[in-house]
Design a protein. Structure first.
Length: 511
């Protein structure tokens, strides 16, 4: 690379790839990239679901405004069925329409087409012209509401959109991220937010098959473009000119989003996905060495605070000469009885449900004779249904700080492993806590190097579970608020169980 090329300012392109409603996570990333980090882009491209974020971006909304639009999406008001087509059965034009999405969601987002068309920056919307059988790349000045709807109109689910005697549909079958258009427009850096699932697990059924075809097309074309760019960069590094004549830097942030592409009934799931995007983007930026200039907490979704608490009791055995959970439980001649009685205190139900870590405070006591009998929990934390990239495999996490009778600090740490194995294992998964006692008050980051004093397994037994159901308490401004909080918590709980045990029906719970 000569000195002129080295001194030439880099042109940066923001790629808002598709992913159906999964692009709610993309909005959380935009909050970080645009507002907290302050990234500036010379060009932005959107395809499929990503065009909704692109439209808001071109309107001049901040990343936080885009994120809040998804956090507060009135999703139930955006669903409309194409009832008049149903008598046609297999010859129906579509299952759904975008009519209510236009009326209620676009208006809630505050889309303003005069502002969008007046955008002075460089941006491109991708749509497929079925009449002419060609991909069309449109600028903001060419866009309108009909074409925006067309950009996300998946055949079978939504009807094609007619504009000027041409029928338009979603461009996803050709591209879900038009990297080549960004390069053609001079981009040297491609900042890509990819939310299309890359799971390699085939599922049966019409709905699963349909979206697996989408994934095949989207991931296939995307990876093909990545290979072209990598080949270009290799040629450049070896002294050649490469396909594009310059080095193209790829910055890809990808995630498995626990939202179905299309079938979602819960605004809470959207808010959680946005907040996942915020957490993921902050971590990604840190790994990339990108310093945030405005790193604030995720704002509470609502000023209204409702609380829930419940008590659970777990009993079992640990072994002070074992570090393995199973061995610590089974060694009957050496094991010691352990019981914990905990009150889980959720101080803000909405925040608990919509934050990806789903964390709550814990009070209670631990009972174990070798440690000194009944010992109070000094402080503790509980995380419900968290995952590490695979939403179909979740953990419930417990961390309890206490002292033994001699005043020595100890930590009880444990997890419930919630995953779908052969047979009916929902009860055992959600009631079995793999437990360790650690020397000192140990944070999660310190646990790998901590001294293990004992290990074993404790469980919720059925009579205790029945009793646990009677311990739920709610606090709120009135009966309606308290009932709503308990209902939302119940829906959240069942929805997460669906993600694990019901995903053969629909990969992620619709609520």
């Amino acid at each position: 690379m000569n000195q002129v090329e080295q001194s030439k300012p880099k042109k940066r392109s923001l790629i808002m790839a598709g992913g159906g409603l999964k692009v709610a996570l993309q909005a959380g990333v935009l909050q970080v990239w645009l507002d907290e980090v302050g990234l500036k882009f010379d060009h932005a491209d959107g395809a499929s679901g990503g065009v909704f974020n692109l439209a808001m971006y071109c309107q001049g909304m901040s990343g936080t405004q885009i994120a809040n639009n998804w956090r507060n999406i009135p999703i139930l008001q955006g669903m409309s069925f194409n009832w008049m087509q149903y008598p046609k059965l297999l010859y129906a034009r579509s299952i759904l329409t975008m009519d209510k999405f236009r009326q209620n969601v676009f208006s809630a987002w505050g889309l303003d087409w005069e502002k969008i068309r007046a955008w002075k920056g460089e941006a491109t919307f991708n749509v497929y012209n079925f009449t002419k059988h060609q991909l069309e790349v449109l600028t903001p000045a060419q866009m309108n509401e009909d074409l925006l709807v067309a950009c996300g109109s998946l055949p079978i689910w939504f009807p094609p959109v007619e504009v000027n005697d041409n029928l338009y549909i979603d461009a996803v079958y050709l591209t879900d991220a038009n990297l080549m258009e960004a390069i053609r427009r001079g981009a040297d850096e491609l900042w890509i937010i990819w939310t299309v699932s890359e799971r390699s697990e085939w599922r049966d059924g019409f709905i699963a098959n349909y979206f697996q075809i989408i994934e095949t097309s989207a991931n296939g074309h995307f990876r093909q473009d990545i290979r072209r760019i990598e080949a270009n960069n290799t040629a450049i590094a070896n002294g050649g000119s490469g396909e594009f004549g310059r080095h193209i830097e790829l910055k890809i942030l990808s995630a498995e989003v626990p939202l179905h592409y299309l079938i979602n009934l819960s605004s809470d799931r959207f808010a959680e996905s946005v907040n996942r995007g915020v957490e993921l983007a902050r971590q990604w930026c840190q790994e990339q060495g990108i310093v945030s200039s405005n790193h604030g907490d995720i704002p509470p979704p609502s000023a209204v605070v409702n609380k829930i608490s419940f008590t659970e009791q777990m009993k079992g055995y640990i072994n002070f000469s074992e570090s393995d959970y199973e061995q610590g439980f089974k060694a009957q001649e050496k094991r010691s009885y352990l019981m914990v009685r905990l009150t889980i205190k959720i101080d803000d139900v909405e925040r608990f449900i919509t934050q990806p870590q789903h964390d709550a405070a814990v009070e209670g006591y631990i009972e174990c004779e070798p440690l000194g009998g009944q010992l109070a929990v000094q402080s503790g934390s509980f995380n419900l249904f968290v995952d590490e990239g695979d939403p179909t495999h979740k953990h419930m996490l417990y961390r309890l700080y206490f002292q033994d009778q001699s005043g020595n600090p100890l930590t009880l740490t444990g997890f419930k492993d919630v995953k779908d194995d052969p047979g009916f294992d929902l009860w055992s998964d959600t009631s079995t806590l793999y437990t360790r006692l650690l020397s000192g008050h140990i944070t999660p980051e310190e646990e790998a190097q901590a001294e293990i004093k004992a290990a074993g397994i404790i469980r919720i037994h059925l009579p205790d579970f029945v009793k646990q159901l009677t311990t739920f308490r709610t606090e709120g401004s009135n009966i309606a608020a308290r009932t709503s909080a308990l209902t939302r918590f119940g829906i959240f709980f069942l929805g997460k169980l669906w993600d694990v045990y019901g995903n053969q029906v629909l990969l992620y719970g619709p609520y």
